[in-house]
Write a protein that binds this ligand. Structure first.
Ligand code: ATP
Ligand code: MG
Length: 234
């Protein structure tokens, strides 16, 4: 459903991504592992149309999306949950959830209400906190809010930039559990991480190093996580 073919991109004149080939099939959870500065955020920003493609191609449902503006891509189902969550701290939890979806052309109040209920079912803590300022939530709750805010857009592909960052292992497991459920329900998930915990739920994993893919394997084939780190991510 989404395929990157020999993608090169950079910021200003500095090249960051080098001939990156990645694909995510419908309903699959794909993990891109990379150390600090490997280019993970840049990768997601290229797919989202926030960083321009230098060369190569980006295909979404077999059609090129290179050069399409970010807001159009988001509306057509490519939804990006950014690094650091970026929820709006002064708005309530519910306002944060509604804000993105309410800009979708033709969306009805009924649809918004239905999606809201689905997110409150996914993460019940958000329902109990619905009237509180987003900024008052714990880090884990804010990450749930960021995931749910993305899902309010009804994505075909949900991209997540280090959702585990700064969270306790138990909270990471809850978030990963929700992501695994999404993939089972047919949504494609592209997750970038520095840590290997998500290998447990991934279908396929890539390792990104200095902007290039240096390893690609079915996640079930990667048995020794420590070895993977030592070999590819140092
Ligand atoms: N605005 C920018 N201008 C110049 N270089 C940048 C800019 N943003 C990032 N870079 C550089 O590009 C490289 C990749 O950055 P990127 O943020 O994509 O990495 P990352 O894998 O997401 O890192 P992290 O794990 O720290 O989030 C790094 O070397 C970084 O210093
Ligand atoms: Mg990053």
């Amino acid at each position: 459903m989404i395929a990157l073919e020999k993608v090169c991109a950079g910021i200003d004149r500095v090249q960051i991504l080098r001939d990156v080939d990645i694909s995510v099939e419908p309903g699959k959870l794909v993990l891109v592992l990379g150390a600090n500065g490997a280019g993970k955020t840049t990768l997601l920003r290229v797919i989202s149309g926030l960083v321009p493609l230098w060369s190569g191609n980006l295909l979404f449902d077999s059609k090129s999306i290179a050069g399409q503006p970010a807001h159009e891509l988001a509306r057509s189902g490519l939804v990006h949950v950014p690094q650091g969550r970026q929820i709006i701290p002064t708005l309530t939890v519910e306002e944060n959830l509604v804000i993105g979806a309410s800009h979708l052309p033709g969306i009805t109040q009924e649809t918004i209400a239905r999606r809201l209920e689905a997110e409150y079912e996914r993460f019940p803590v958000l329902k109990t906190r619905r009237s509180l300022a987003g900024g008052s939530l714990s880090g884990g709750e804010q990450q749930m809010l960021a995931v749910s805010r993305g899902l309010m857009m009804a994505p075909k592909l949900l991209m997540l930039d280090e959702p585990s960052l700064g969270l306790a292992p138990q909270m990471v497991q809850r978030i990963l559990g929700a992501l695994a459920g999404l993939a089972r329900s047919g949504i494609s998930v592209l997750l970038v991480e520095q840590k290997t915990m998500a290998l447990e739920i991934a279908d396929h994993a890539y390792v990104l190093k200095n902007g290039a893919i240096v390893h690609s394997a079915a996640a079930s084939d990667i048995v020794d996580h420590t070895e993977l780190f030592r070999h590819y991510m140092s």
